[in-house]
Design a protein around this ligand. Structure first.
Ligand SMILES: *[C@@H]1O[C@H](CO)[C@@H](O)[C@H](O)[C@H]1NC(C)=O
Ligand SMILES: *[C@@H]1O[C@H](CO)[C@@H](O)[C@H](O)[C@H]1NC(C)=O
Ligand SMILES: *[C@@H]1O[C@H](CO)[C@@H](O)[C@H](O)[C@H]1NC(C)=O
Ligand SMILES: *[C@@H]1O[C@H](CO)[C@@H](O)[C@H](O)[C@H]1NC(C)=O
Ligand SMILES: *[C@@H]1O[C@H](CO)[C@@H](O)[C@H](O)[C@H]1NC(C)=O
Ligand SMILES: *[C@@H]1O[C@H](CO)[C@@H](O)[C@H](O)[C@H]1NC(C)=O
Length: 667
């Protein structure tokens, strides 16, 4: 009996200790906040604002309350989830006022980890990634404040919404950013306004309802929540969870700030002292946005003058824009199919604004656009071509290239010519180029071997289609990691086919102009200047090695003598240690025989004589396992040196056009 009451006493005390452990906290600004753990791009500014990201591309910034919290009340026999309540002030500032949309917003989350593995930037907010989005083993609860419209992947409603997420960014409930004035009237607001916004998130453990509200700082907590969703979080949350914020940028970027935060378990989140909220760069009048009335009144009188001025200016701008968008057509253009109107592309990219640039490469800039009529997302490549020669032939060719259809090709939807610029419209590829996955240190996601192998197989099948399966032989001429784009399901798709040819047309035939990218150019190509299916295979061989080894074909940072990846793989093989060349980031998690086969196939394709290389059909048979690659078929020793093999020393500067290959053309 005595033991029993002793036990009851202690467990009572223990439970109370748990309950009374300080799970209430408040941060009015984040200066001297030792209890916050920051990682990625996040930092605390001098004024005390917590900045999760700056406006650079592809960043992740997170900030979590350092110690985990236990949300389950263990007092009852069956652990029961406690109620919780939190409020915080955030601000999202676009890099330039008036620029198009920034990205990608931020989330408040309860997560099992402060540094979630396999997480991605861009639409994944640095919290989940394409390999685990939707997996119930994530145990992630989040409220998203999302500024990018991603219909295809997550079924987003618009580019300015609040959503409740469980293990997936396909929200269980979402609503356009707005707040209730009373029971019926809602007022819209823009998350990216650059103004501070307060958010409230309440979970009632008894009736299992999550409420979410937002409002401008000058408006108190709305009487009706924007989102109120019944859900049993007991299935989602784990015993011990981290509380905090995560944000990311992709090709689109904004500054994301958290300015104050409070939390309470089994209570109401303590109110923030809004007068102590820190200022942040880009904040209007450097203050919290309270007391703006005086400014408003003063502004009214000048507004009248400004209005008149504005009318004059906007008429002028309108006429200028009309002129900018007007079509300037040559006769032949009307006859070529797949032509887009310049005006539509101009509108799609909001006037080719810099903010819409996805990347740039040897041939020009790539913009992201949304076609005004269909609302379809596209990638628009702007190729500057200072000679008018060749363009007509090229456009004629597009008429036929536009008919190319393959699962692993980026579809070329059409074209448009504008003075010296050629605009090519492609399907938009949400995951950008393979290149960044292999070499971008900022990416949290490491492609595993099955993903890499699948991408390589896809590209081989695309080349097979171009070389053998279509009605005429199409030589790609610029196979490289930068031209391999990844669709929403991480399938590899080959882009930019035929584009290189534009630069070969109309050139003086007596000089050799090699088009391609150093490191992928077959030796005979640099001698004859004639691209063939076999020179594509050579470039594909370089891609095999590049993807497997996680190094560029020419790597100035490599140990001496191993400038060329090809040399290095050969050297490893001669030492009987070919797997030493494999990308260490894969951490030995691969099937050794398969990887070895791919490396040897890479060497086989990289032979200096075209006749010695396999056809792409043969390559696909090796990759699919239909044919077995006998190691003895690939000689250990090569007579030529690798460097010459790449046409690297013998053609120092006589290349006509060489794309540098390191720039992304992500679509
Ligand atoms: C942070 O932790 C310290 C000691 O660990 C505590 O005294 C302080 O109140 C905590 N502050 C917040 C805001 O939680
Ligand atoms: C943004 O932050 C990242 C990571 O902290 C840094 O590398 C980059 O230089 C910053 N960009 C700008 C424009 O400050
Ligand atoms: C979910 O994640 C677990 C653990 O990472 C993994 O074993 C499982 O295969 C995943 N399920 C799906 C459907 O991807
Ligand atoms: C909400 O406010 C609007 C105008 O402010 C008013 O017309 C409407 O009757 C109000 N509704 C309720 C339920 O109070
Ligand atoms: C959530 O919102 C509903 C509807 O307005 C309200 O009845 C309920 O009390 C709210 N719950 C919490 C925990 O705030
Ligand atoms: C919610 O889930 C918990 C744990 O599985 C369970 O005990 C509880 O009964 C569930 N609540 C409802 C309303 O289904």
């Amino acid at each position: 009996m005595a033991t029993a009451s002793f036990f009851v006493f202690w467990s009572f005390l223990f439970v109370n200790l748990l309950q009374f452990q300080s799970y209430d906290f408040i941060f009015n600004g984040f200066n001297k906040a030792p209890n916050m753990t920051l990682n990625g791009a996040s930092l605390v500014t001098r004024s005390g604002a917590l900045r999760l990201t700056n406006s650079s591309a592809n960043l992740i910034g997170r900030a979590f309350y350092t110690s985990p919290i236990r949300l389950f009340n263990t007092q009852s026999r069956r652990p029961k989830l406690s109620s919780f309540s939190t409020t915080f002030v955030f601000a999202i500032v676009k890099p330039y006022e008036g620029s198009g949309g920034g990205g990608h917003g931020l989330v408040f989350t309860l997560s099992p980890s402060k540094q979630p593995r396999r997480s991605w930037f861009a639409q994944y907010f640095g919290l989940l990634g394409p390999t685990n989005n939707g997996n119930s083993s994530n145990h992630v609860f989040a409220i998203e404040f999302d500024t990018v419209y991603d219909m295809a992947l997550f079924g987003d409603i618009n580019d300015n919404h609040v959503g409740i997420d469980v293990n997936s960014f396909r929200s269980v409930a979402s609503a356009p950013a707005s707040y209730y004035l009373n029971g019926t009237n809602k007022k819209e607001m823009r998350l990216e306004s650059g103004l501070p916004i307060q958010a409230w998130i309440d979970y009632n453990g008894e009736n299992e309802v999550v409420n979410v509200s937002i409002s401008p700082l000058s408006v108190p907590k709305p009487s009706h929540p924007l989102l109120s969703h019944k859900m049993n979080l007991s299935h989602v949350l784990q015993e011990s969870m981290y509380l905090g914020f995560s944000s990311s940028t992709g090709k689109l970027a904004s500054f994301h700030y958290i300015l104050g935060w409070s939390f309470s378990m089994n209570g109401v989140a303590p109110p923030l002292d809004l007068h102590r909220i820190p200022s942040f760069p880009g904040s209007q009048s450097g203050s919290s946005g309270l007391g703006k009335k005086a400014i408003t009144i003063g502004a009214v009188s000048s507004a009248v003058t400004l209005l008149l001025l504005a009318i004059v200016i906007s008429t002028f701008v309108y006429m200028l824009r009309r002129a900018k968008q007007a079509e300037v057509l040559e006769d032949w253009e009307l006859d070529c199919p797949h032509r887009f109107r310049y005006k539509d592309l101009y509108v799609a990219t909001k006037g080719f604004k810099e903010i819409h640039i996805l990347g740039s490469g040897g041939f020009g800039c790539v913009y992201k656009g949304v076609l005004p009529n269909t609302k379809e997302e596209v990638a628009i490549k702007r190729v500057s071509h200072n000679s008018k020669q060749g363009v007509k032939e090229f456009v004629a060719e597009i008429a036929s290239l536009g008919r190319l259809r393959h699962r692993h090709l980026v579809h070329l939807q059409g074209w448009c010519k504008r003075n010296a610029d050629l605009l090519l419209v492609y399907d938009y590829m949400p995951n950008g180029s393979l290149d960044t996955f292999l070499f971008d240190e900022e990416k949290d996601l490491v492609l595993n071997w099955p993903q890499r192998f699948k991408i390589l197989q896809g590209i081989a099948s695309a080349l097979l289609y171009l070389h053998e399966e279509w009605e005429q032989v199409v030589v790609h001429r610029d196979v490289k990691a930068n031209n391999v784009l990844l669709d929403a399901d991480m399938n590899g798709r080959l882009g930019d086919f035929g584009l290189a040819k534009l630069y070969e047309h109309g050139k003086n035939p007596s000089t050799t102009h090699v088009v391609g990218t150093v490191g992928y150019i077959a030796p005979e190509l640099s001698r004859t200047g004639k691209a063939t299916a076999s020179s594509d295979v050579f470039a594909y061989g370089a891609l095999l090695l590049e993807v497997t080894c996680g190094r560029r074909p020419i790597d100035p940072n490599a140990p001496s003598g191993l400038l060329l990846l090809l040399d290095w793989v050969r050297e490893c093989r001669q030492r009987g240690q070919i797997l030493e060349a494999v990308d260490p980031k894969m951490e030995d998690l691969y099937e050794k025989e398969e990887v070895e086969m791919v490396l040897i196939l890479g060497l086989l394709c990289s032979q200096s004589t075209p006749e010695a290389r396999p056809t792409i059909r043969q390559v696909t048979r090796y990759l699919s396992g239909n044919d077995k690659l006998a190691k003895t078929d690939v000689p250990m020793e090569f007579t030529d040196t690798g460097s010459e093999n790449f046409g690297f020393r013998s053609f120092p500067s006589s290349f006509g056009v060489i794309s540098t290959g390191s720039l992304t053309g992500g679509r």
